[in-house]
Design a protein around this ligand. Sequence first.
Ligand code: PAF
Length: 291
Amino acid sequence: MEQLTSIEAQRGWSHARHAAGQKVVFVPTMGALHAGHLSLVEKAKASGGAVVVSIFVNPTQFDNPGDLATYPITLEQDLALLAGAGVDAVFLPTAQDMYPNGFATFVSLVGPLTDKLCAVARPGHFRGVATVVTKLFNIVQPDIAIFGEKDLQQVLIISRMVGDLNQPVEIQVGATLRDADGLPMSSRNRRLSVEGRAKAVSLPRGLELANRAFKSGEIKSLSLTEIVYNELLVHEGVEVDYCDVVSVRGFEEKEHADDSCVLACAVFVDGVRLIDHVLLGGPAILVALDG
Ligand code: PAF
């Protein structure tokens, strides 16, 4: 596995892959890798192209400086996992390379995709994501880029941006991987205590109960969200940031849920922010994104 530590080295690598007639398949990450990331790498490898993973803890997407300061860094372990997974190259840019002195250009979307759900509590977060992903696309020049469904709002924003800006990359979506207790895999899970984890699983459980209620004919959004609240709020130390039913395309708020909707929630469990969602019509709604 090649380690590319400069923008020039990454550009040269991508150029050589393209010159050899290969597709470049890209999995952007912030490190602290877990099995969920490795499933995205597996999807990338299955596409048959040359696979590059970036590890860059992007400062511009942290709305809370404390979160950035405590973001887990596990580089040696990450590199071993990626090498073991058969990744061809890893891109490790520095913050100074990505944001040199005088940096002044940002990519930001307008409208419901970036003013609802996670955007409310995390001002500037998606601007940081859209900016760094655009920069990474410009540097890596991938034919395909793969993102996890777990961060649904992120992947919808990136798809919108790629379409709007005619960025020549195909966005694919990897399914969310869950631990045996139902919690979606996330680098943040390692911050949970044993007691915190026991409380956190009430989020996927509540979503699953609401999904079952929807499948049995309950379409009132308020009733569906109430099912989730009832699971969550029996626990001390659990705070709901949002729990909403919106359309996947355009994040339109819906009084009555249908197959085009997502029930999405963010909670704080003993101060750790966790997100999860259920696509009420199943993952088929994302097929248009997943060429
Ligand atoms: O999902 C992430 O890990 C990050 O938001 C991303 C896409 C790598 C951009 O920094």
